[in-house]
Design a protein around this ligand. Structure first.
Ligand SMILES: NC(=O)c1ccc[n+]([C@@H]2O[C@H](COP(=O)([O-])OP(=O)(O)OC[C@H]3O[C@@H](n4cnc5c(N)ncnc54)[C@H](O)[C@@H]3O)[C@@H](O)[C@H]2O)c1
Length: 177
């Protein structure tokens, strides 16, 4: 049985998640049923593009859709309540990184999922980055010889907080990023 799944937050990254789940739905791996977003134009765009039901209030979606899982793609500082509500409905959760912007909130979310007996996975999407996977494969296959020392870092352009996350960057931080 394909997993009945919905997405909460259809902004920049929510659209990527919807794309992936829509492809999974086409191949029969998932049943992408709905999307929730508080911004009417964003919601309307996602509903039209992915031909799924839309909700302005994600809590109504959790009540009505009999979901197996949700993908939480709201801004960093808004993951907590959505995750707690999904856990209360006994729905499995894929939450974007960072899980939360306060350690206590992250612990509360993990405890809620554990108590409800649902999976709470954090989507560290760089783990699936093709370049990173290729590097891991090369090391495993010994194509780079014996690794003696490693030093990895990632930089980002200023446009990420200044443009992409402009409306909420001040409520997260580069450390969480
Ligand atoms: N943009 C990226 O490249 C990227 C990559 C990986 C992870 N992420 C993570 O994904 C999350 C979302 O980032 P984004 O870039 O899509 O942000 P965004 O601001 O583009 O989108 C967030 C969306 O959430 C909606 N939203 C806010 N509160 C809501 C609520 N209560 N119910 C339903 N919808 C709500 C907003 O209306 C908005 O459409 C963040 O945690 C971010 O760190 C983003």
């Amino acid at each position: 049985m394909p997993v009945r799944i919905a997405v909460i937050g259809a902004g920049v990254y929510g659209t990527h998640v919807l794309n992936v789940l829509s492809a999974a739905a086409r191949s029969g791996e998932a049943d992408l049923v709905a999307v929730a977003d508080i911004a009417p134009p964003t919601l309307e765009r996602a509903v039209q593009r992915f031909r799924i039901r839309g909700y302005a209030d994600y809590r109504e979606m959790l009540e009505r859709e009999n979901l197996d899982a949700v993908a939480v793609v709201t801004p960093d500082y808004l993951h907590r309540q959505v995750v707690l509500d999904a856990a209360a409905h006994r729905i499995h959760i894929l939450c974007q990184k960072p899980i939360a912007t306060r350690t206590e909130e992250g612990c509360e979310m993990i405890a809620a999922a554990r108590d409800a007996g649902v999976l709470l996975a954090v989507d560290f999407h760089k783990r699936y980055d093709p370049a990173h996977r290729e590097l891991k494969r090369s090391i495993r296959q010994g194509r780079l010889g014996r690794i003696l020392y490693g030093d990895v870092y990632m930089e980002d352009r200023i446009e990420v907080p200044a443009v992409w996350f402009k409306s909420w960057a001040d409520r997260s931080s580069p450390a969480w990023f």
